[in-house]
Design a protein around this ligand. Structure first.
Ligand SMILES: Cc1ncc(C[n+]2csc(CCOP(=O)(O)OP(=O)(O)O)c2C)c(N)n1
Ligand SMILES: [Mg+2]
Length: 363
């Protein structure tokens, strides 16, 4: 029996878990000052997550999905995009959204169940959070197809979880992207968990990156806790796609350090020792250690940055709390041109309920 095809899956890491750099840093990362905005974006996301969880606990927003430990994936991906590219995110991608210009207030509106949290003033062409797992890949392939038809030099960038890659919609979207050779980059946030389902139990594939190969798409892995590696490899894939080379998939390997959402208690299904070990690899400290080792960071700058981020988060929270609630009819606005009878009933019930409970602000 001969061999008719052979494939390799590459892996890229520039910063060790201790923050030691590889000798061949990519050009954008050679000046430590150029990395400071990436570090700030990760720290801001972490401060936002802390506050958002506290707000869920006190009833000021609904269920919330934190990005704890996965900040490098969103920041590395979004800093590799151009403003007129399109982000098609999952529900855990606010790190990427904030870099794109989505405001923290808009994000809080989303998690507060307000429709206005799915439209973004700075990036109206970006998609809202996708909760049905995997379905955003089909949307993203469609967006990329439109770019190809219109001959626009734009790229669709879609982020999906490890669990999402076990879903049929992922394969369908990826297959179309491969068949049509459209400018789509799929980034997998492999955080090792799909709620309580560990990576090892949801697929027998050795890597998630290799799932691209069957669709005729190059697939590779990066250390998802190394923002330089994510930015470099996703950036490379985006620019290849922009130049007409077709789609690509990057699997970013990381670890979900928090619960799945505020509705979850991960201590029920995973042991403390594994999580403790995973903390040694986390992306924020890794970048901080690197920046400090080259003299670009110190305790004073860290303290000032945390304070600045906390103030920005507090201002966003205040703006969210001050916004008047939308009319209850907003829940129905984008569903049908004419509401079917069953929903017309719900609409009436909602109106009556709203009239009895006149709360005018969030929280
Ligand atoms: C089609 C679909 N099936 C099931 C669910 C319920 N669900 C919500 S989150 C989730 C796990 C997703 O895991 P993963 O894709 O790894 O993303 P992560 O939450 O880890 O970022 C599931 C099964 C859903 N939202 N959509
Ligand atoms: Mg996951």
């Amino acid at each position: 029996m001969g061999t008719v095809a052979r494939f390799d899956i590459g892996f890229t890491r520039y910063l060790s878990p201790e923050g030691a750099p590889a000798p061949d840093l990519p050009a954008f990362a050679r000046d430590p000052a150029a990395l400071l905005p990436l570090y700030r974006a990760m720290v801001l996301t972490r401060q936002f997550d802390l506050k958002a969880i506290a707000m869920q606990r006190t009833g000021q927003i609904g269920t919330f999905a934190s990005a704890l430990g996965q900040e490098a994936i969103g920041v590395g991906t979004a800093t590799a995009m151009r403003p007129d590219d399109v982000l098609i995110p999952s529900y855990r991608d606010h790190a990427a959204q904030f870099v794109r210009g989505v405001t923290m207030t808009e994000s809080l509106l989303y998690w507060g169940g307000d429709e206005r949290g799915s439209g973004f003033a700075a990036v109206p062409h970006d998609f809202g959070n996708c909760v049905p797992i995997g379905t955003q890949v089909g949307h993203a392939a469609g967006v990329a197809y439109a770019f190809k038809l219109r001959q626009q030099p734009r790229v669709a960038v879609c982020i999906i979880g490890d669990g999402g890659t076990s879903n049929g919609a992922f394969y369908e979207g990826m297959n179309m992207a491969g068949a049509w050779q459209v400018p789509l980059v799929i980034v997998i946030n492999n955080n090792q968990w799909a709620i309580s389902m560990p990576r090892a139990k949801q697929t027998a594939a050795a890597t998630l990156a290799q799932k691209a190969i069957a669709a005729g798409i190059p697939g590779e892995q990066v250390d998802g806790n190394d923002v330089i590696a994510v930015r470099d490899r996703v950036g490379d894939a985006i620019e290849r796609a922009r130049d007409g080379a077709g789609p690509a998939l990057i699997e970013a390997v990381t670890y979900r350090l928090g619960d799945h959402t505020t509705a979850d208690d991960a201590s029920r299904y995973r042991d403390d020792a594994t999580v403790k070990e995973a903390w040694l690899h986390e992306p924020v400290k890794r970048m901080r250690d690197y920046l400090a080792s080259v003299g670009a960071w110190d305790a004073g700058r860290e303290e000032a940055l945390i304070r600045e981020c906390q103030q920005a988060v507090a201002a966003a929270v205040e703006a969210y709390l001050q916004l008047p609630h939308p009319d209850v009819s907003a829940m129905f606005d984008c569903l049908y041109e004419t509401l079917p009878a069953a929903m017309a009933d719900q609409f009436d019930t909602a109106q009556r309920y709203a009239a009895q409970h006149k709360e005018t602000q969030h929280g």
